[in-house]
Write a protein that binds this ligand. Structure first.
Ligand SMILES: Cc1cc2nc3c(=O)[nH]c(=O)nc-3n(C[C@H](O)[C@H](O)[C@H](O)COP(=O)(O)OP(=O)(O)OC[C@H]3O[C@@H](n4cnc5c(N)ncnc54)[C@H](O)[C@@H]3O)c2cc1C
Length: 502
């Protein structure tokens, strides 16, 4: 029987980043995908600002920029007329990167291959058993033969219809679809008034003329005439979620919103989706961890799904690696569920709320709510809060003494420029923890963790908000200790997050 440390099931963005993170930490990984090759299907088109920062931590963002088609400088909430502003979040890059999911997967797969791991396409997980010591996976290969793989842990990154979830009989509670949608990669033969030619604000891509209750958008891709056509509403009623999409139904949707002169010359791919909203109750089931769409699905409003999955992987990777390598402190792996479950629950909440605005048909109550929400969005505090939630900038993980101390405790480390010219993000390229300190005493105290944490001495930490003498930053870019610290010392924080001293 073949043995490995971790089996990653699914080579979507979640599985690929997780595999790259595990490999970076020296863990042996097998990545399986049942598809014969990487799909080119039109799906997500954006990296939210925090996801872009997360990729930057590992030096992947420049590459993403090179493959991108747009820079999107503002967000939206339910297409309301006041945009979400990224100002006020101390961001070096206050924008979304417009890039097709297939290209994100391509660059992540290149990173995985760079670590010497080849994605095993055509390999489907069909069986799963776990015991106290590990997991046994049954895998059907391209020749139809079944083989078993033994690993310490298995990560279910196998998407919304997760096989792992079904094999484990893990419930996926939530709401049934109320609206059906289609997303298609199309080439238009001719445009019409209102067909966008540029993408700088997603809210401006939605058709103003769409029938009530229907949301339609055209997102320009990188060739002239090439678009992602997106349409969703309670009036779309396919026979099944897998019913083939016809060119005629796409053209009806297009013309209802953009006029009869808009015509489709070619449909390259098309797929159906729904607004079903579901989340598993536990992200960890013994030695199996669920991440990405396998753990949560929701309406596409605000374009957050792929972003959640990438950030799940970043949160899980270093913790699972520490566990596999036998140096994780007690309870570290369980912080994955504790930290990430509430983040996705908030996304389910905000997307369901956006759905009410998006699909309402001539409802005076919803119109009143829309008016009120628009006024609220014009309030800087409210705007910042919602922008923080959808961009990911606002994530703050609960930490021991959060609230008692520094504003950055539990929050993302802003990508500040250090006196020596380096950006803070560059310090995290190796996937290790970082102690950024202006106090030599802290560098000495951290020496017994030098195999896991890089101590970086700086004359000062150039924060725009509350000052700090030292910050301990986790491999995923979140601050887990600050000095001066009222409640606990550096050694305790290092032990709690990185394990016992060497
Ligand atoms: C139409 C559409 C538009 C979207 N737009 C956006 C957007 O604008 N922004 C955004 O952030 N998100 C968007 N999303 C959501 C985003 O695509 C998903 O959240 C994202 O793909 C989740 O990534 P994942 O890696 O968790 O799962 P997936 O990408 O679904 O990958 C799962 C992988 O697991 C493999 N697999 C499944 N079962 C098995 C098995 N038994 N054995 C082996 N392999 C298996 C599958 O083949 C697949 O490759 C959109 C989704 C859709 C459908």
């Amino acid at each position: 029987m073949e043995k490995t440390d971790v089996v990653v099931v699914g080579s979507g963005p979640t599985g690929l980043l997780l595999a790259a993170e595990l490999a970076l930490a020296g863990v042996d990984v097998v990545v399986l995908d049942k598809l014969p090759e990487r799909p080119v299907q039109a799906k997500a088109l954006n990296l939210q600002p925090r996801t872009a920062e997360v990729l930057d931590l590992r030096g992947l963002l420049d590459d993403a920029h090179q493959r991108a088609i747009a820079t999107v400088t503002e967000g939206h909430f339910a297409r309301l007329p006041v945009p979400l502003s990224y100002d006020g979040w101390s961001a070096r890059r206050p924008y979304q990167v417009g890039i097709p999911q297939a290209r994100v997967e391509e660059l992540l797969e290149e990173r995985v291959v760079g670590h010497g791991i080849r994605v095993r396409y055509g390999h489907e997980l069909v069986g799963l058993a776990q015991d106290e010591a590990g997991v046994t996976a049954t895998v059907r290969g391209p020749d139809g033969d079944e083989r078993t793989l033994r690993a310490a842990y298995l990560a279910a990154c196998d998407g919304g219809r997760s096989t792992v979830r079904k094999l484990l009989e893990v419930p996926f509670p939530g709401t049934e679809p109320r609206a059906f949608g289609i997303v298609a990669d199309v080439v238009l033969s001719q445009g019409s008034e209102g067909v966008p030619t540029q993408w700088t604000s997603t809210a401006k891509l939605f058709a103003g003329k769409a029938p009530a209750g229907r949301v339609t958008a055209l997102i320009p891709l990188d060739e002239p005439g090439h678009y992602q056509l997106f349409t969703i509403g309670p009036d779309i009623r396919p026979e099944s979620r897998d019913a083939p999409v016809t060119k005629a139904e796409l053209e009806v949707a297009l013309q209802a919103s953009y006029g009869e002169e808009a015509e489709i010359a070619e449909v390259r791919q098309a797929t159906r989706f729904t607004d079903a909203s579901r989340q598993v109750e536990q992200y960890r089931v013994g030695r199996v961890l669920l991440a990405g769409d396998a753990a949560h699905i929701h309406l596409l409003a605000g374009a957050q799904g792929m972003n959640l999955g990438i950030q799940d992987a970043m949160n899980l990777g270093w913790k699972l690696a520490a566990e596999v390598r036998g140096r994780a402190p007690e309870g570290l792996l369980d912080t994955y569920h504790a930290e990430r479950h509430p983040v996705a629950a908030e996304v389910l909440e905000n997307t369901q709320a956006q759905g009410v605005f998006m699909f309402a048909k001539e409802d005076p109550g919803v119109d009143a709510l829309r008016g009120l929400f628009t006024k609220l969005l014009a309030q800087p505090e409210v705007n910042r809060y919602l922008a923080g939630r959808i961009s990911g900038f606002g994530i703050r993980y609960p930490m021991d003494d959060a609230g008692a101390s520094h504003e950055l405790l539990g929050a993302r480390m802003p990508d500040v420029r250090l006196v020596d010219g380096r950006w803070a993000s560059e310090l995290l390229r190796t996937g290790r923890g970082v102690l950024l300190t202006a106090e030599p005493a802290f560098t000495d105290a951290a020496r017994p963790w030098a195999d896991r944490v890089d101590a970086v001495r700086v004359p000062e930490i150039p924060l725009t908000g509350e000052a700090a003498d030292a910050l301990l930053i986790r491999p995923d870019g979140y601050v887990c200790w600050t000095a001066p610290a009222p409640a606990k010392g550096l050694e305790t924080a290092l032990t709690n997050w990185f394990g016992a001293p060497a």
